[in-house]
Ligand binder design. Structure first.
Ligand code: FES
Ligand code: FES
Length: 173
């Protein structure tokens, strides 16, 4: 166990059941003692300090909290932390290399795929899952893949262009 985070609320009674979870997050094994009701999004943000994962609706609608669980996009506001025990999680913090942006991040920058940026981490993680599975998606396939991620700023057009930019860059690499 490389880290132990106690993310129980201070007022938690002694008799609240807790469970230790160990999750490989962005390649690093992290552990925490949590209440079984704790959401994965809250463990990532408050327990592990990975605040790139946003929470917008807490009701599985907006997609801002999207992370990859064993490579599949999931809404981390809809998953308990204990459900990720023993699994791999990738957050937006895991996208970039040590000194360079990931092609997906570059694409969003180059094609102005964001305005306020609130939806962007979730958009990028869904894009990562899409391009891992389908490196050369059509516009329709991109719009379908991102249909669970809401953006109230951009009108989506530039997000689609950003994904296409990233797909081209990744294929050229
Ligand atoms: S915060 Fe999870 S879908 Fe909106
Ligand atoms: S850029 Fe503001 S919600 Fe998408």
């Amino acid at each position: 166990m490389s880290n132990l985070y106690d993310v129980l609320p201070a007022e938690a009674a002694d008799d609240v059941p807790v469970r230790k979870v160990t999750i490989r997050v962005n390649g690093e094994s992290l552990s925490a003692v949590v209440e079984p009701r704790l959401l994965l999004a809250h463990l990532l943000r408050q327990g592990f300090g990975l605040t790139g994962t946003h929470t917008g609706c807490d009701t599985t609608n907006c997609g801002a909290c999207t992370v990859l669980l064993d490579g599949q996009p999931v809404k981390s506001c809809t998953l308990f932390a204990v459900q990720a025990d023993g699994h791999d999680v990738m957050t937006v913090e895991g996208l970039a290399g040590p000194s360079e942006l990931h092609a997906i991040q570059e694409g969003f920058k180059e094609e102005h795929g964001l305005q306020c940026g609130f939806c962007t981490p979730g958009m990028m993680m869904t894009t990562k899952a899409l391009l891992d599975e389908n490196p050369n998606p059509t516009e329709d396939e991109i719009r379908w893949a991102l249909s669970g991620n809401l953006c109230r700023c951009t009108g989506y057009q530039n997000i689609v262009k950003a994904v296409m930019w990233a797909a081209t860059k990744l294929q050229d690499q």
